[in-house]
Design a protein around this ligand. Sequence first.
Ligand code: AMP
Ligand code: ZN
Length: 671
Amino acid sequence: MSPAEAKTRIESLTSELKQHNYNYYVLAMPTIADYDFDKKLEELNALEKQYPEFADPNSPTQQVGGDITKDFVTVTHRWPMLSLGNTYNEQELLDFDQRIRKAIGDNFEYVCELKFDGLSMSLTYEDGVLVRAVTRGDGIQGDDVTTNVRTINTIPKRLKHGDYPSQFEIRGEVFMHLKAFERLNNERIEAGEVPYANPRNFASGTIKMQDSAEVARRPLDCFLYFLYTERLLFRTHWESLQAVKNWGFHTNEHSKLCSTIDDVFKFISYWDKNRFDLSYDIDGIVIKVNSYAQQQELGFTAKSPRWAIAYKFKAEQVQTELLAVTYQVGRTGAVTPVANLKPVLLAGTTVKRATLHNADEIEKRLKLHEHDWVFVEKGGEIIPKIISVNLEKRSPDAKPVKYLTHCPECGTELIRKEGEAASYCPNDEGCHPQIVGKMQHFISRKAMNIDGLGDETIETLYQNKFIGRISDIYDLQQHSEELKKMGRFGEKSINNMLAGIEKSKEMPFEKVLFGLGIRYVGETVAKKLAAHFKNIDRLASATFDELIAAEEIGERIALSIIEYFSDEKHKQEIEKLQTQGLQFVTIEKEVTLASEKLSGQSFIISGVFEKFSRDELKDIIEQNGGKIVSGISAKLNFLVAGDNMGPAKLEKAQKLNIPIISDAELFEMIA
Ligand code: AMP
Ligand code: ZN
């Protein structure tokens, strides 16, 4: 390579890797496999060594990667949070072992641990109390995410017993279990939201949320694996792991003490095979020299400790042929492309399909051509992903895959909103999967949960022109004779179905609201809206500002609600459902008063509280005669504020001179 070529290559690698760092750390949406990233970083590193004059001083080789965002307070780490050296093969691991032997001789042990695929977190405890949780950030500084981390059940907020020092820092990995990931991602898909690509992105996206109440709804877990104290308390890393476990921390039970590199290889090959049986994702093994004295002797490079290394599993990859790209239309009209592949065995299962996400993935990232050979990879994700195209196998006359311009179901031209990756079919009244999908959603278990009525019955009833919209379901009673004549269903099942439909009229407003299938209004959002606005009329006439003033309602949801209710057809449908007897008003719980101490006073609760959920506080206020109101106005008597309350709310309350009290002060009022 000539110096000029090296210069161009260094520049292009630098800017490409910076972009990948941004995608990974800021967007939490990596578009490259870890392995490919590391290979490119290695190439850049080698070139920079050979041609230091062309190296960018801020080159990705000089950084740990950055994820500091402006939404949180930046904190400088007491001890920098370094990265780990990476290897992908046995030879590199043997080299690591040799380097260590050269430096400290043959008398040492390793601790082998699983390398959890989440985000690293530093926790500080003072006198046994969790006082701070900080993300890795750029290694030097990170984001203070304490309130969000407090919602993680397995992280002790207060240590119970043990001889822990008055001040220490402990580090570990925050992650989400695969089961929880699947469940929550399905909820997102159901609500028309963009699903997360993998549990790690879900976990890191969650930790960076502004609303700690939403964080609390998403089950995260954390394994701790490093203890830092001012004075060394233990002789070895292994001893410290046993100790912190006794103090109440969640450590991983698979860690192993190994006295030879052969044992390390055994550990690696065991977990390479068995990792898919774990309930969480790991992407490798971390090998650490056990003795602290020996760790100190070995020391650090600028980026990572010399006494530890990560052996990364190569994600299993196979090559196969793309047969076709097909498209699915969901109930909200969202169109998802799917790659149909020539069946191939991957990590123990036969793969026939892979996700393609959206038009950009097909046309910009992969630049997919018809009948391309593609590399498919399976991480912890359920559906495999296409990593790249094997260009050598592309035939010269292959045509690029063009994303659809028209709906595959009804032929309507698709629309793509500014700033959104997904395309939609706007023909919600005449597009088969949308019409049927909306009714199927309405009757589903989490919505109206109608007994005696299932997805297939909805399809059949639609095909036979009995139903075309939700309200038609409630007219079926009038057509029972025709239903019987159709001969598709027995009398008993028709009666069961009609009884189930009748019974569903008792379902609470929040279920009806969720069942309507308004884009971005998932189960939880529907609950919040029903609780906040109390009835459909107030919700339908709410302004943008009123909507975003409600708990957990962001701009995107607010706009979607406004758009929904601005449609005359939706209004008519809701009116009809109202006359049919469905619930469009939140039924307030009967409260038995514990006291009248708060009578005549109005309250708003905001933020998160250490000891109570907001619903508990709300009940306590109401049981003592107080009233919970929804918006801050001059008439409001008290704002009960916890941690992390929205800055807009706080500002408004201060402007109006509304007394802001803590939960403790609230209890003084009723004591
Ligand atoms: P890398 O991001 O590839 O440089 O790998 C280093 C990261 O691995 C650390 O910052 C941790 O977040 C993560 N990690 C996962 N499991 C462990 C473990 N058992 N010990 C140390 N680091 C771990
Ligand atoms: Zn359509």
